[in-house]
Write a protein that binds this ligand. Structure first.
Ligand code: 13P
Length: 255
């Protein structure tokens, strides 16, 4: 069964009290979720315990982290390991976000190690891919995204690959207010599913959740999510306001 997911990536925003208020607001308006309609909230590391406690009694809404270390443990000042995240109640880890690739020089080889670390626990990975405007203008986005997936994921066996959610986030659409058109999103998601089917099996690809991210908001979510290969969204800016986030969650529920 292919799951629909709306995931909020808070990035480096909100203090602890602000985070608490936001989660309270989301929970007070949350529709009834189920196995095939799920929500993930990925606050900063400092907020994980608090947010986890708030989500504790709710079903099908999960705690996510925005990153994890590429090493298991040891002298890596400032890093947080996958096992630490799991022990804090984290169920999803975002890996490969374009901001981490760009500002923290995370390359494919490092991301492959992070993915392995996360999957060595029982967490699931939301693996981000997506091209820059330059690559899109050169119409080279399909090859580019395919290479991102191959380099960081395709060494995984079927069982581990089943625990991957892919998020397609075109860099030119992140935080810019410029959203991919439904045709652009659908084309890329279909391409990603085809590439996964070729490497693994058509069934595995069919059951994989592929999220869209990039200026997704209540006003465009329903249209994007109606695309046959778009299974929800990874939401940045609009995940910071309960009303906006709930609008997007409701767009998923209406599918
Ligand atoms: P925005 O929704 O702010 O464009 O961010 C998308 C994103 O990067 C989610 O990870």
């Amino acid at each position: 069964m292919r799951k629909k997911i709306v995931a909020g990536n808070w990035k480096m925003n909100l203090t602890l009290p602000e985070g608490r208020t936001l989660v309270d607001g989301i929970l007070s308006g949350l529709p009834t979720l189920n196995e095939s309609r799920q929500v993930v909230i990925a606050p900063p590391y400092t907020h994980l315990t608090q947010t986890g406690e708030q989500l504790d009694e709710y079903e099908h809404i999960y705690l996510g982290a925005q990153n994890c270390a590429s090493e298991t443990s040891g002298a890596y000042t400032g890093e947080v390991s996958a096992a630490m995240l799991q022990s804090a109640g984290v169920q999803y880890v975002i890996i490969g976000h374009s901001e981490r690739r760009e500002y923290f020089n995370e390359d494919d080889a490092l991301l492959a190690r992070k993915v392995e670390q996360a999957l060595a626990t029982d967490m699931q990975v939301i693996f981000c891919c997506g091209e820059s405007l330059e690559i899109r203008d050169a119409n080279a986005q399909n090859e580019y995204v395919e290479k991102q997936l191959k380099s960081a994921l395709f060494h995984l066996g079927d069982l581990l690959m089943k625990r991957i959610v892919i998020a397609y986030e075109p860099i030119w659409a992140i935080g810019t207010g410029r959203t991919a058109s439904t045709a652009q999103a659908q084309d890329m998601h279909e391409h990603i599913r085809r590439v996964v089917a070729n490497q693994y099996t058509p069934l595995l690809a069919d059951e994989m959740t592929i999220l869209y991210g990039g200026s997704c908001k209540p006003s465009n979510a329903a249209e994007l999510f109606a695309c046959p290969d778009v299974d929800g969204g990874l939401i940045g800016g609009a995940s910071l306001k309960a009303e906006d986030f709930l609008g997007i969650v409701n767009a998923m529920m209406g599918l």
